[in-house]
Design a protein around this ligand. Structure first.
Ligand SMILES: [Fe+2]
Ligand SMILES: [Fe+2]
Length: 228
């Protein structure tokens, strides 16, 4: 299908996505779904994916998060999201084969267990979702989280493998070392990998600069060279 054709039901899908993701805050709320939509369509256009299916999957991929939060993680938001997306898509008039394709993308976007992204659209959604956890956006999200749990602004001197999540040392830099720095290796499409490489390079330079700016040292002219 030519990529200049309008996406069916785009406005309605956006409204549904916004309504169902609103409670998820800065990291997984409606803004995240919109960013994933943009990135997925950018990759999808280059790779010749079915953009209407990809758009629906991107906007609905995290609609199961509320149930996951309320169940304290017992419910998988990807599996649950696919379950609640099916009747929504049916109501909007999607064919059963399109519903199956979209729900596969939603179900496999976490790439857990046997839920592997099997279609081009599913691999693109996986990459687009992961890309939103790195680069400038990823750094912003990491600081949002660090702020929520009261972590330090930065500490490059600590061995991250010896620190604990939800501790004072659970900084954005720790998140970079433990998770964000490995994301580019997980990309499933060549376009996703190229975008991830760019975002990775930006993160490296950001944290280098942050380390420079936060290095604590007393200027030499203030140091008494002959202490008594
Ligand atoms: Fe998700
Ligand atoms: Fe997501």
């Amino acid at each position: 299908m030519p990529s200049h054709l309008p996406i069916p039901h785009l406005q309605r899908l956006r409204e549904i996505s916004h309504a169902l993701c609103l409670a998820e805050g800065g990291s997984h709320g409606p803004d995240h779904s919109e960013r994933v939509l943009t990135t997925a369509l950018t990759i999808g256009r280059e790779l010749g994916a079915a953009l209407p299916l990809l758009a629906a999957a991107a906007l609905l991929h995290d609609i199961g998060r509320k149930a996951e939060s309320l169940s304290q993680g017992r419910i998988c938001h990807a599996l649950h999201g696919a379950e609640i997306a099916a009747p929504i898509l049916h109501e909007l008039g999607y064919s059963q084969s399109d519903i199956d394709a979209i729900c596969h993308c939603i179900r496999s976007h976490r790439y857990r267990g046997n839920q592997q992204p099997a279609s081009l659209e599913a691999r693109i959604l996986f990459d687009a979702d992961k890309l939103d956890s790195i680069g400038a956006v990823g750094i912003g999200r990491a600081f949002l989280f660090a702020g929520q749990i009261g972590a330090r602004l930065h500490n490059p001197d600590v061995d991250c493998s010896a620190t604990l999540p939800y501790s004072l040392e659970d900084t954005a830099y720790r998140e970079f070392q433990v998770k964000m720095s490995r994301v580019r290796e997980q990309m499933l499409t060549p376009v996703g990998r190229a975008l991830a490489d760019e975002r990775h390079a930006f993160m490296l330079s950001f944290f280098e600069q942050l380390t420079l700016e936060t290095r604590v040292s007393i200027p030499s002219f203030l140091v008494d060279e002959n202490p008594c």
